[in-house]
Design a protein around this ligand. Sequence first.
Ligand code: HEC
Ligand SMILES: [Cu+2]
Length: 358
Amino acid sequence: MPSLHTSLECATRVALVVLIAASTAVALGATDASPLCVPGAGAPNGGDLSMFHPASPPAAEIREVAWLVLGICAGILVIVEGALIWSVCKYRRRAGVEGEPRQVFGSNPIEIAWTVIPIIIVFVLALTTVRTIGEVQLTKPPEGALEVDVIGHQWWWEYRLKNHHREGSIVTANELVVPMGRPVWLRLESADVIHSWWVPRLNGKTDVIPGHTGATWFRADEQGTFLGQCAEYCGTQHANMLLRVTAVDPQAFDAWCAVQGSAPVNDPSVAQGRDIFLGLACANCHAIDGLCDGAFGPNLTHLMTRETLGAGVAPMDARSLRAWVADPQTLKPGCNMPSLKLDDSQLDHVVAFLTTLK
Ligand code: HEC
Ligand SMILES: [Cu+2]
């Protein structure tokens, strides 16, 4: 008897099949031409966030496992649902046919088949997953790796790397430039809560946990900017904690390091803006090499070399900077920089000073 219960179950299964088919179609349709992420106008964050377009060895490994798991699961789905639909049609109640179809109890071949096949499937999945984890999660830096310290903050990323041009280290925020083709080893720490560093085209997610140093690696085999996203909910502005990794040729990387490692530009025409900056609380939260050493907010020594402001909320230009300094809470509500209520003339001077920090 087709009860309400069985009809409901049937409907649920059909809905599930449609849902899986639709989401697979969406995932497959995501190409470079149709970016998954299409944010609001003005924010320079459109781009490819698909793990199905790897540009780095660990990301390629992850895609392979993903396809294997998807493939096996799709096979199981087709076989199980096929058998279900076939029996529903074949053994449905027909006019003129009395009683139930032949009932089969206990069949050794069938019992053995549906015990052994799943065991084999589980083994294949477990072994390939373990092998992939081994290849993706290295325990020490690969040969010749560029080593970078990453610190997750609510809601921005800090990067520190060795300065080969003079004493100390290069400190920057949100945007990392790396040499193409060279492995990059990241050591990850958090300044507050749990974050997760995820640039899908370069590697899988790595949690950034307070009181613990995590590690991950990638090797960008293509030139270009790879986008990412904090992947662990970390508070109100979690969605505006974007990642940008730009892979360039080795000469361009050296040039970037030389700029990042150099002293800040000293432009006497903006001395008034600099003095306002140093006289206000700005200097307690921000570092500018040789001028102030606040460590709570991003290092501003070479601010204007970044493409975005506030971890991706706005493009880095004078207009956005003015809006930001006037009141960061309008661009990034809840963020950890207060408005210092500067008047128009102070704003003009401070912004003029900031725009010289190239
Ligand atoms: C209480 C600490 C604090 C004070 C005071 C402060 N800031 Fe900030 N600032 C931050 C934090 C935290 C961020 C990162 C916000 C984010 O992206 O979520 C930030 C971000 C910025 C940025 C963007 C940096 C980037 O790379 O995206 C600029 C520019 C900036 N501050 C300038 C200023 C100026 C100018 C002043 C003084 C008028 C000031 N800040 C005062 C904490 C502070
Ligand atoms: Cu986060």
